[in-house]
Ligand binder design. Structure first.
Ligand code: PMV
Length: 318
């Protein structure tokens, strides 16, 4: 059997970091994809993972011989074999247009596409809870204490308000345009999540005030995106300031935020773990060109994001 699956990237509009502690996150699945092709072969021997970006690895039991970047995928494969009592050999090919470590949920998108493709070999319609659980096995290796927001977006598609361990609410995407500006700085979500965890230990009062404020902002933006871009943009910028207080911004991200706003954006904020990666800017048709131009001058390449209603899907089955 041969199954080919694609899953979208995501962008967090509000609520990164606070989502780890049970507060809501507003997240959109966007039009950039990863792709996984799996083939089941009637042979014995280790499963093979061939990644366009990282090279080839072999999965033996739960371990991988090959690039360390393939560890999360090896975990998804071994968890699948164990939970579904799968006997046989898998050949897996992975490719992705999602820039890694940029805050667009590259690892989650690949884990979801892989989990879905694997489960498709057993189930005609892979059950959502099983796909989520399996993809989370990979995310637990890729990140410290993942909230599951990236996995939920890649699985469900659309614009959703997600709460860890509870579920999500689907919302209408508004008319605003989201522009993603790449700072060019790679960073690790794991490190940023640990940084916020240490602030919680050291300064619990500051931590709690910041988290409840971000939560309030997230709920408000969720309701405003369809009706009031000015206010939604202001709240995004306020969210950026609160993320700075948590220690996950830096001068490069700040300068991308303020340059966007000076050029006419409604608002802007870092998106994802922070410490580098991308800034999300809310614009409309009128301000789009000016903001793009200003960010080009800052050497921050931009891309226009479109919310996609469909999450992970099967491209082909033979
Ligand atoms: O950096 P990204 O795109 O993987 O997003 C991480 C979002 C966090 O809230 C910081 C972590 C999480 O698991 O939700």
């Amino acid at each position: 059997m041969r199954v080919s699956c694609r899953a979208p990237a995501k962008v967090i509009i509000s609520g990164e970091h606070s989502v780890v502690y049970g507060y809501p996150a507003l997240v959109a699945a966007v039009n950039v994809y990863s792709k996984v092709i799996i083939e089941t072969v009637d042979e014995f021997g280790p499963h093979e993972i061939c990644s366009e970006k990282y090279g080839i690895g072999k999965v033996i039991g739960g371990a991988i011989s090959g690039p360390a970047a393939l560890k999360p995928l090896a975990k998804v494969v071994s968890a699948f074999c164990e939970s579904e009592s799968f006997r046989g050999k898998l050949k897996i090919r992975v490719s992705s247009d999602i820039p890694p470590a940029s805050g667009m949920g590259s690892s989650a998108s690949i884990s979801v596409a892989l989990a879905y493709a694997l489960l498709k070999t057993i189930y005609d319609k892979p059950p959502e809870e099983k796909v989520f659980k399996l993809a989370m096995e990979g995310e637990k290796i890729a990140h410290a204490n993942p909230s599951g927001v990236d996995v939920a977006a890649a699985l469900q598609g659309g614009l959703i308000l997600f709460v860890k361990d509870k579920g999500f609410e689907r919302l209408e995407a508004g008319s605003g345009i989201f522009l993603l500006a790449d700072s060019g700085m790679e960073r690790s979500t794991k490190e940023m999540v640990s940084k916020v965890a240490s602030l919680r230990e050291k300064e619990p009062d500051l931590f709690n005030i910041t988290m409840t404020s971000i939560s309030e902002i997230t709920n408000r933006i969720a309701r405003l995106l369809g009706s009031d871009l000015v206010e939604a943009g202001r709240l995004m910028t306020l969210n950026h300031l609160l993320l700075s207080l948590l220690g996950v911004s830096n001068s490069r991200l700040d300068s991308i935020v303020w340059t966007s706003i000076s050029a006419g954006a409604y608002g802007a904020k870092l998106t994802g773990g922070g410490g580098g990666g991308c800034v999300l800017t809310l614009v409309d048709e009128k301000s789009l060109n000016a903001v793009e131009g200003a960010l080009r001058n800052l050497n921050a390449p931009t891309r226009i994001l479109r919310t996609v209603e469909k999450g992970v899907y099967i491209e082909e089955v033979d």
